[in-house]
Design a protein around this ligand. Structure first.
Ligand code: ZN
Length: 316
């Protein structure tokens, strides 16, 4: 499978390695007034650098919030450092997916991996945050998405941002816990907010623009700053949020002989129940109901056990 073209250059983040926070590639910005404790994360996946470009730009501008604290973290820098534009899909992680290790069981274990070590460094900052914005991008060119989990407070927060990104309500992955589902972020009690942005295809310039707008809207909604104080050029006009999609099923590859029946890119609505959308080792994968929405179909990271597509229905 040929890689998508790399239209944007990886940001130079080496200057963010040292930090007075005591944790490499993690920087805190403090406002004068009390307020939320926001954590903005980029490079959870090493080849998804649109968010890192945006965070680096904001740090460069000496921006600080009006209220509370905003912490910026470049997460899986070890994977990012291996980014090769000739093999751009190869640097998602080093040993394992950084976004599948976020259970106390994994984090407290004696297992060793590059990602577990880095997650251990960032864990206190994830645990203290009242708001988490996790900046990602997608394997395929697709309409930007907010991945909210299933809690209504996150769905409401995302819809209130007035972006054209579709809210995807899902419960996570079989192969491990995401950072946005860690600890109290997944608790029905309390009010902690955690959203994951899928800004568009990893290396398209539009994904940087989507991440910029989404970051500022998140900070406004969290009350880190007023809309009037957003730096020039960071916001685009309000968008109308489409109806959220509730993920009901995940298609997990059972073999390496997995292929979609069409070049799906995500957002397709398959009208008829029972339509074959993929074949896995000769076994047809069919839509379970009418008007089934395909969410982030991709076989770029294909291996047995990996999610190849989520299936969902629109909710009002
Ligand atoms: Zn990602």
């Amino acid at each position: 499978m040929s890689a998508h073209p790399v239209q944007t250059q990886p940001p130079n983040i080496a200057r963010w390695a040292s930090s007075c926070s005591g944790t490499t590639y993690l920087h805190e910005r403090q406002g004068d007034a009390p307020g939320p404790d926001v954590l903005v994360t980029a490079l959870v996946h090493g080849n998804e650098y649109s968010g890192a470009t945006v965070v680096s730009d904001l740090l460069d501008s000496n921006w600080q919030p009006a209220n509370g604290r905003v912490t910026f973290a470049f997460c899986n820098v070890a994977a990012f450092d291996r980014f090769d534009p000739l093999q751009p899909d190869a640097s998602r992680y080093v040993d394992e997916d950084f976004n599948r290790v976020w259970s106390a069981e994994r984090l407290d274990s004696s297992e060793e991996s590059v990602e577990l070590k880095r997650a251990g460094e960032l864990r206190p900052f994830v645990a203290r945050a009242t708001h988490l914005l996790d900046l990602h991008s997608m394997h395929e060119p697709s309409t930007p998405l907010w991945v909210t989990g299933t809690l209504q407070r996150n769905i409401d927060f995302a819809q209130a941002l007035q972006t054209p990104c579709q809210v995807i309500i899902d419960s996570g992955h079989q192969d491990g816990v995401r950072m946005r589902d860690y600890g109290e972020f997944a608790s029905p009690e309390g009010g902690r907010i955690a959203l994951l942005l899928e800004a568009g295809q990893h290396w398209q310039a539009s994904s940087v623009a989507v991440a910029k707008n989404s970051l500022m809207r998140f900070l406004i909604q969290a009350c880190s700053l007023a809309k009037a104080d957003v730096p020039v050029g960071w916001l685009v006009p309000d968008g109308a949020p489409p109806a959220p999609v509730l993920v009901t099923d995940r298609v997990v590859a059972q073999s390496m002989d997995f292929a979609f029946t069409s070049d799906f890119t995500g957002g397709e609505v398959i009208a008829k129940e029972g339509t074959v959308i993929a074949v896995d080792a000769g076994h047809g994968i069919v839509t379970p109901y009418n008007n089934c929405v395909l969410v982030m179909p991709s076989v770029r990271q294909l291996r047995v056990g990996v999610t190849t597509v989520r299936l969902g229905r629109q909710v009002q």
